[in-house]
Design a protein around this ligand. Structure first.
Ligand code: ADP
Length: 334
């Protein structure tokens, strides 16, 4: 069952690799992060040292992994890729760190999910390029300091708030990724269409861009689904009409909300009178993990002005009621 969410799906990895921008100049959008990063990289290059550690934060599919790879590419360095959940034991991280060559980039995706012992090992590695490897158990255990090559850590997180203070403090630069504008996503779609050899009208790419929830990964995914429709039900060309018909089939609404987004809004409005309700209760109501609701759905619903996060829980805005074709109670939100 294919959903059109922002999470990567199996079998899509190769397409994502083809579509990934390789250079900073090819990377569409995020002007602020791009400029800041350019300065960090250029200055390090001039001084001939590896740049400070970089934290990239923002919702899934906005280009954090792509940027990490670009950083390595721009530095002419190799990149090693791992993720917080994969670093369950400190030993896993120690092995990774001791294999780094000077100037390498180590990318840790979902770094907020790293296990505590690995996190503590990371502090020393980031600060002093050193790890303490503990040999043996119990009172006889000794810790052997091990030097590692100076490297640059790039961490990515969908929840920078979930990072511990000490970890956050060790990053010299944090890039806050924002949702993309429609014009930027139009460029993403047109670029991908060219690479994949898809014929597309400007009205078609504009419509796909507009309905992509501000997210390049979704834009690329919708492009491929509309392409399928164009090939099977039309003459292969993506027009405005083809785009609208295809997105109807895939349950992507006028605003680009998918089934899960609408399920969240609908539960909030229909089962909880518009809230406030806690995120775990809301997640149970739609049969999803709280983290998925929190990290995948909510950021865009908030930005679209449909949902508010309050200290007492999630609240649907009047706009959300209207989007579902309902009228909020007269005294709603007062
Ligand atoms: P994240 O790591 O934030 O989840 P990714 O870097 O994996 O996001 O990006 C997902 C896909 O979206 C990439 O494969 C790439 O094709 C596309 N993409 C992301 N950002 C951009 C961009 N700025 N320009 C062009 N394509 C992009």
């Amino acid at each position: 069952d294919e959903t059109l969410s922002a999470l990567p799906q199996t079998g899509e990895r190769e397409v994502e690799t083809t579509l990934r921008p390789r250079k900073l100049a090819e990377f569409v959008g995020q002007p602020r992060v791009r400029e800041q990063l350019e300065l960090v990289l250029e200055s390090a290059r001039r001084r001939g040292v590896p740049p400070d550690h970089v934290l990239l934060s923002g919702p899934p599919g906005l280009g954090k992994t792509s940027l990490a790879m670009i950083i390595a590419e721009e530095l002419d360095a190799s990149i090693r890729i791992t993720s917080g959940p994969a670093l369950e034991r400190a030993g896993d991280l120690a092995a990774m760190l001791s294999n780094l060559a000077e100037g390498d980039v180590l990318f840790i995706d979902e770094i907020h999910r790293i296990a505590r012992p690995a996190e503590e090992m990371l502090y020393l590695a980031m600060e002093d390029f050193r790890v303490d490897v503990v040999v043996g158990k119990g009172p006889g255990a000794t810790s052997i300091p091990l030097e590692i090559a100076p490297f640059t850590l790039v961490g990515a997180t969908t929840r920078s708030g979930a990072l511990t203070g000490p970890l956050r403090d060790r990053f010299g630069f944090t890039g806050q990724m924002e949702f993309y504008g429609d014009d930027e996503l139009d460029l993403v779609v047109t670029r991908a269409a060219t690479i994949l050899g898809i014929a597309i009208d400007p009205e078609g790419s504009a419509e796909i861009a507009r309905r992509s929830r501000g997210t390049p990964r979704i834009a690329n995914r919708l492009l491929r689904r509309v392409r399928d429709y164009a090939e099977v039900r039309a003459d292969g060309r993506i027009t405005l009409e083809v785009t609208r018909a295809a997105l109807e089939v895939y349950d992507v609404d006028e605003l680009g909300l998918d089934r899960l987004d609408r399920a969240v809004l609908s539960a909030l409005v229909n089962s909880f009178g518009g809230g406030p309700v806690g995120v775990s209760t809301l997640a149970v109501a739609v049969g999803e993990e709280p983290t998925t609701v929190e990290e995948v759905c909510e950021p865009y619903l908030v930005r679209a002005g449909m949902l508010a996060r309050t200290p007492r829980g999630r609240v649907a805005t009047a706009t959300a009621w209207e989007h579902l074709g309902l009228r909020p109670p007269a005294d709603y939100g007062r």
